[in-house]
Design a protein around this ligand. Structure first.
Ligand SMILES: C[S@@+](CC[C@H](N)C(=O)[O-])C[C@H]1O[C@@H](n2cnc3c(N)ncnc32)[C@H](O)[C@@H]1O
Length: 269
């Protein structure tokens, strides 16, 4: 998909993050309803996805689809790994991530690239972090094969994505992908089975899986309440995104959509 279309899709997210002081582009995770701010929920989703994945001072972490760099920075602050490479498709987000990290002592290396063709050597990465990005990839299988290629033996892939058991229904909604609107983001959803079968076919072992739909819906509810507290009138530049996220919350609660967190590993040599 063209950069311009993806950038147009993420412009309202940028406006929302600027208005509310956020640095993540994800839906967040609320351990219980109304338990914190949306910023806290966005960080909580990162820890939840990482689960018990070991990241130490010698680790190389690759954040694929890093957005404006919030999660990469949080991972750097918490684990202080040797390096974080943060790959993002949209140039505007790469630049924003880079600028936002300017004040940091140590910063991730933000690079433009496509998840389906990772610009990294074989067996070079300890942990791949991929949060709420794969829904946009037309060829998710290539992405997972690429993950296997660049992971060191014994390395981990932590992948969080929106999935569905109702692929026909959402294939229809995919007609929006053909319209030149801010809702076109090339979304093509997989089911949990699609993921698990592809992990296995690519030689990756699923260690942990969580259906986080309700926790994510609770987080969205808190985030939407924060927007309402300021007044929807002041939400110029992201009002339509408010309704988009409100629909997402309802679909997650209804089970039509799911939010899944996978921790998988490449077998040790
Ligand atoms: C919902 S945002 C999540 C960003 C970040 N992971 C976070 O949690 O804040 C999805 C990101 O994936 C990026 N993306 C979409 N397609 C991509 C691709 N083929 N390769 C790399 N990044 C991609 C988008 O530009 C967007 O920044």
């Amino acid at each position: 998909m063209s950069q311009r279309t993806m950038e147009a899709h993420y412009k309202p997210n940028w406006n929302l993050t600027q208005a509310h002081g956020l640095s993540g582009y994800n839906c967040g995770y609320a351990a219980s309803p109304k338990c914190g701010s949306f910023d806290q929920h966005q960080r909580a989703l990162v820890w939840q996805l990482l689960h018990d994945t070991p990241i130490g001072p010698d680790s190389t972490v690759l954040d694929v689809g890093c957005g404006i760099g919030g999660p990469s920075g949080w991972i750097m602050d918490r684990f202080n790994p040797a390096r974080i490479i943060s790959l993002e498709y949209c140039w505007s987000s790469v630049r924003a991530a880079h600028d936002r990290a300017a004040e940091r002592d140590r910063r991730p290396r933000f690079v433009q690239g496509d998840a389906q063709s990772l610009p990294l050597a074989d067996n070079s990465v300890d942990v791949i972090f991929n949060l709420e990005s794969a829904l946009h990839y037309p060829d998710k299988k290539s992405f997972i094969q690429e993950c296997r290629r660049v992971l060191k033996p014994g390395g981990y892939l932590c992948l969080g994505d929106i999935t569905t058991r109702y692929k026909r229904l959402f294939a229809l909604a995919g007609l929006m992908n053909r319209l030149p609107t801010q809702f076109n983001s090339n979304v093509r959803l997989w089911s949990v089975d699609d993921y698990e079968l592809t992990f296995a076919a690519c030689g990756l072992t699923t260690l942990h899986h969580e259906n986080a739909s309700w926790k994510v819906a609770d987080s969205l509810a808190d985030g939407l309440a924060e927007v309402r507290a300021r007044g929807l009138r002041s939400a110029g530049g992201y009002r339509a995104r408010y309704f988009y996220l409100a629909v997402l919350e309802k679909l997650l609660r209804s089970g039509k959509l799911q939010y899944d967190l996978f921790q998988v590993s490449k077998p040790a040599a």
